[in-house]
Design a protein around this ligand. Sequence first.
Ligand code: FAD
Length: 489
Amino acid sequence: MKKKITIIGSGFSALAASCYLAKSGHEVDVFEKNDAIGGRARQLKSNGFTFDMGPSWYWMPDVFERFFADFGKKTTDYYELVKLSPAYRVYYGVDEFIAIADNLAEIEATFEKIEKGSGNVLHDFMMEAQSNYNIAIKELVYRPGVSPLELVTIETAKKVGQFFSTISKDIRKKFKNEQLIQILEFPVLFLGAKPSDTPSFYSFMNYADFGLGTWHPKTGMFDVVKAMEKLATELGVKFHINAGIDQIIVKGKTAKAVIVNGRRIDSDIVLSGADYHHTESLLEEQHRAYSEKYWESRVFAPSSLLFYVGFNKKIQNISHHALFFDVDFQQHAKDIYDVPQWPKEPLFYANFPSLTDKTAAPDGMESGFFLVPLAPGINDTEALREEYFDKIIERFERLTKQSIKNNIIFKRSFCKNDFVAEYNSYKGNAYGMANTLMQTAFLRPKLKSKKVNNLYFTGQLTVPGPGVPPALISGKLVSDLINKQLIEQ
Ligand SMILES: Cc1cc2nc3c(=O)[nH]c(=O)nc-3n(C[C@H](O)[C@H](O)[C@H](O)COP(=O)(O)OP(=O)(O)OC[C@H]3O[C@@H](n4cnc5c(N)ncnc54)[C@H](O)[C@@H]3O)c2cc1C
């Protein structure tokens, strides 16, 4: 039976859910507080430069194909993908970097050159990582986190040891070279926790990296937002921007309506893709399932200091994605997770989309995105942002042997305070709640409210976790739960 469904927010999870729910025949309205859709994946356009404001690594292309296939479509019906080659570079010193190729055979050869014997070790490690990927990403993550039994399969039973060892230990047993170790630890950073707190089963992220490759939608990650908006609109979803939800109205124990810009919107189902903690703050206290103490005790993914920068010349000696791991990786991780503080020597990441996409910058110019991961909840001031911008630009200039600072003609920063103000993000987290062993699957905040009927959640604080592919999956999982409940009613 057709129901009236209100969706809060327009990030990837909400967009995915809107498509599934509209396809099931419901009347779906999406309300976004900002003036554009896409959530953390919004686009910034200024002075002829275009930036993806959040995600830039298009990993796990199979998950995107599976999403569009659910609607009888293919990604190529909406956008074109380019496989990046090299996938990325990792800098360790002045003009000293490792380039990760777009195929495993070449990556194995690179490893072998750096550490004798490591090519074959990597080959075996990747076979296991692929097997984990097939179990985790093709099956387990499509389960709704309702019961612990969802994780118990013949395949996971065989790998139970991998849930109780960490990726960090596992990699260190197999590889000795510190640079190779850091490259292999990098992919799990997308899950939001330290490699030393992430189970070794999560090596499926290494398969996503080396096995499936790094892709780029032709004119940026925002192509995917546009594609999903188009699909949703074709299915009948209505979008409302500048439409922040101020309150969720509950009668008895059932969600009945939302208040948006002072107007009441009656709804049969309310689904929130906004940060979970914020959504519960839209409820009266007795209807909240999780206490402040609960949120305080969770491990959150880092916040970030971001810079969107336009240069009036082409930058030399770079690749589309570049990681600057020339300082102490462990110390920076401690500054995020153990004793939260601004890192003395920050690791940073940069991307230059205009190397792949000529429309991202005016002719002869370059657009650059710089990211420093930071502890959530950290003190954020304009002076600190500038101090860190100077630090990373100076390092960038030294490591890539060129001067760029005097060529900046556009610059915008974004940090913890903006994550809070623009996305209602808990402690200004950039990408949700970390996927540690104790925060996986049924141990994450639930898709269905434990206290309020007809109220559901989706996105990076719930199941399955942070990242764009998980957000698409989260939208599917919650839509299935909603439809199941409606059939049972
Ligand atoms: C800097 C950065 C880099 C990243 N890099 C990558 C990457 O390379 N690859 C990758 O896969 N993932 C990456 N991620 C993670 C990925 O972007 C996110 O996990 C994903 O986009 C989250 O989607 P979501 O639907 O959960 O939430 P969001 O995108 O946060 O959407 C929530 C939406 O709800 C809206 N909202 C909040 N409160 C209200 C309200 N009261 N009323 C109405 N609307 C409201 C917000 O404005 C927002 O639009 C990155 C994230 C960041 C921030």
